[in-house]
Design a protein around this ligand. Structure first.
Ligand code: KIV
Length: 278
């Protein structure tokens, strides 16, 4: 699959079939304009619950609601022609059990038109993933660091060093057996990510998990350098848009204060322009 292939929309079986082949390219998107850009180059646009922190200034993802995910999911869907949208299930929308998870996954899919959801958790979510996939809901799983568990984990630390690695492997195997079509591995050591990738028949999508994974995902605002103060080790910055925006806004403010903006070409004449003859 490549950015130049015909505009057949990507679906979960296409992503699953990329196991061991061309890397699966994933970025987050939360708005229509960003989805249009992601669509041109990526296989998957993840409407991550990171939207709460990135766009809404929340301190964690825990305050994100179903309504927010549906609103941003709809916006992203308007910008996609080829890439597949995956919508994150927010904290509190699926952990009670399979029925609650199905009800809310169906709301996300019906409310946005996206073909798949993502939820966090390994073996403990296997029953729920099996319930959803058996009822027509494709699930991308998410193991290793699971940001919705920040309070029980005590922070956003690397998960899976030493003996803990066996649990990450067991989690990944459990979500595969339950029917997930792919699994995000977040902030796990690269050797472990390689072992998990070799052990599974579904693609692993890494974020802070090294190069051995079947695909990679980043938060788009991180890789575009939208923040000056947030620089996780696992992010490569491909642009410094935050700095560029800061400079542009400073220039605008200076121009307005000095009455350099607007210029005559930005204003409308009192009389309408004459119509061309003929
Ligand atoms: O919410 C999100 O953006 C995510 C990615 C970091 C994988 O879950």
């Amino acid at each position: 699959m490549s950015a130049t292939s015909p505009q057949k929309p990507v679906l979960p079986p296409d992503i699953r079939a990329m196991k061991g082949g061309a890397p699966v390219v994933v970025l987050t998107a939360y708005t229509t304009p960003m989805a249009r850009l992601v669509d041109r180059h990526c296989d998957v646009a993840l409407v991550g619950d990171s939207v709460g922190m990135v766009l809404h200034g929340m301190p964690s993802t825990l305050g994100v609601s179903m309504e927010m995910m549906i609103l941003h999911g709809r916006a992203v869907m308007r910008g996609l022609e080829r890439a597949m949208a995956v919508i994150d299930m927010p904290f509190g929308s699926y952990e009670e059990g399979p029925q609650q998870a199905f009800r809310n996954a169906a709301r996300l899919i019906a409310g946005t038109g996206a073909p798949a959801v993502k939820l966090e958790g390994g073996a403990r979510m296997a029953e729920t993933i099996a319930f959803l996939t058996a009822r027509g809901v494709p699930v991308m799983a998410h193991v290793g660091l699971t940001p919705q568990a920040v309070n029980t984990a005590g922070g956003y630390r690397v998960v899976g060093r030493g003996d803990e690695g066996e649990q990450v492997l067991a989690d990944a195997r459990a979500v595969e057996a339950a029917g997930a079509f792919a699994v995000v591995l977040e902030k796990v050591p690269e050797g472990l990510a390689g072992r998990v990738t070799a052990a599974l028949s579904i693609p692993t999508i890494g974020i802070g998990a090294g190069a051995a994974c079947d695909g990679q995902v980043l938060v788009v605002d991180d890789m575009l350098g939208m923040f000056t103060d947030f620089r996780p080790k696992f992010v490569r910055r491909y642009a410094e848009l935050g700095q560029a925006a800061d400079a542009a806004i400073a220039q605008y403010a200076a121009d307005v204060r000095a009455r350099r903006f607007p210029a005559p070409e930005h204003a409308f004449a009192d009389a309408p322009p004459a119509r061309p003859a003929g």
